[in-house]
Write a protein that binds this ligand. Sequence first.
Ligand code: KIV
Length: 245
Amino acid sequence: MLTAYDYTLARIIDAAGTDVILVGDSASNVMAGHETTLPITLDHMIYHAQCVVRAVKRALVIVDLPFGSYQSDSRKALHSAIRVMKETGAHAVKVEGGSQSAQAAERILEAGIPVMGHLGLTPQSIYRFGTYKVRAREEEEAARLRADARLLERTGCFGVVLEKIPARLAEEVTASLSIPTIGIGAGRACDGQVLVTHDALGLTTDFSPRFVRRYASLAETITQCVRAYADDVRERRFPGASESY
Ligand code: KIV
């Protein structure tokens, strides 16, 4: 699973064989430059999801319900999920949290909309955590996470993202569930893995937690390309005869 927020990148990622594309609310950081995921709105998420869905031919497309669009009550949660499904053509939604989001997930599921859960370091709760450090190192929080994972499964979620928790806990949770777990900073025992595409491609340079593996250094490549283009223009090497009419 990889993230996408726009048509061009979604098209490449889909054609390369990605099984699941997440229109993550990390768009708030990556696309809009906000410090957290809290400011992004449902309208913004719908816009990003529309762009992605237009590009995708084979992947499952999941859209994050943003902060404030499902926490207050399950009617609002259902309304938000219905908007996502009607206006974007995506296949499923994702909500963060365990017991505090289970009612919302249940209401959405009753309407026939597939829901993915998200436990561990849930970025929409960053001001409760106060830090982006690994979650559930202590037994009390680990026990809560185990219970939340089982609750999400019972509620009918089709999968759960486990973010930034000890690998051993993720392994235990994965073994205890019949639905797939998708890990990010949660070790290799998860059934699948997700990364923010911009991190994996080296487009983001100011964010390098240890769970990110960089498969390219596109920020560097782009910088070189831009400099080469500017030099060519300044030296009148561009456009050449074959690039002119
Ligand atoms: O918003 C996002 O990109 C996510 C993934 C990191 C799981 O939720």
